[in-house]
Design a protein around this ligand. Structure first.
Ligand SMILES: Nc1ncnc2c1ncn2[C@@H]1O[C@H](COP(=O)(O)OP(=O)(O)OP(=O)(O)O)[C@@H](O)[C@H]1O
Ligand SMILES: [Mg+2]
Length: 225
């Protein structure tokens, strides 16, 4: 199915959502698409030239086809690196899904594909009663789950996939990101995940202690449709 983009989530925080999102943006560009990365809500940022900048937002910007302002690709940004709903409350900001949707809508006029990176995992709260999965549903995009390959990831991956599918949200597939170079039984874990996940393994990212990483696509459908 043709889609205007994906919502990238993951099994946890710090497991490779930004890493995968930038690799997806690059692969899409190589396939001729105009792309932009979008981070609706970020926490953990620094003041640079009078602007609050989150590092994920900078990375997504660098891998987008054109230059986008911070406002365009990151409607909500909070300075402390804490749970976003707590950061929002402390800043007396109300995270408004309609505003996020308007930002998203103004991006899609200029590009073929938008890669949205969520904060943390799929049930991270954004507001008193609203979770990341609610934003996902609101934006109505298929989800890609980045699995940070380490001990415990099978449980987290299955929980994440079940939770999203149970809500009736489409999952395009998942990505195995090798974040732990010393993970025991990596290939056995990958095999188990492949058997137990109901959506396809899209790609594998090996452990790479370098700035510029590479990705091995196993299912290129997301890149060509
Ligand atoms: N395949 C890999 N090999 C080596 N290091 C990796 C790999 N994937 C991610 N990392 C490193 O792990 C750290 C976390 O990655 P990344 O920022 O992509 O995670 P994230 O899920 O986007 O985190 P956050 O929840 O903060 O948004 C980074 O320092 C990144 O360089
Ligand atoms: Mg990130």
């Amino acid at each position: 199915m043709m889609t205007i983009g994906w919502f990238v989530t993951g099994t946890d925080t710090e497991i490779g959502k930004t890493t995968f999102s930038t690799l997806l943006l690059d692969s899409l560009k190589e396939n001729g698409f105009k792309v932009v990365g979008f981070k609706p809500v970020a926490s953990g940022a620094k003041w640079i030239n009078g602007e609050l900048i989150n590092d994920d937002v900078n990375q997504l910007r660098e891998h987008s086809t054109n230059h986008y302002t911070t406002n365009q690709i990151n409607p909500y940004c909070f300075e402390p690196a804490i749970a976003p709903h707590i950061a929002a409350k402390e800043a007396q900001v109300n995270i408004d899904f309609e505003l996020i949707k308007r930002s998203f809508d103004s991006l899609i006029g200029n590009v073929d594909k938008v890669v949205i990176e969520g904060a943390g995992g799929i049930l991270v709260p954004l507001h008193d009663h609203l979770l990341t999965i609610d934003l996902c549903e609101f934006l109505a995009l298929p989800v890609i789950i980045v699995v940070g390959m380490r001990l415990g990831c099978i449980n987290h991956a299955l929980l994440t996939e079940k939770c999203i599918l149970n809500r009736g949200i489409q999952v395009s597939g998942w990505v195995a990101n090798c974040v732990d170079p010393n993970m025991s039984r990596y290939s056995e874990n990958l095999k188990t995940l492949t058997q137990l996940m109901t959506t396809p393994l899209l790609a594998e990212i090996p452990y790479q202690n370098t700035n510029k990483k590479t990705i091995t696509w196993l299912n290129k459908e997301v890149l060509i449709k």
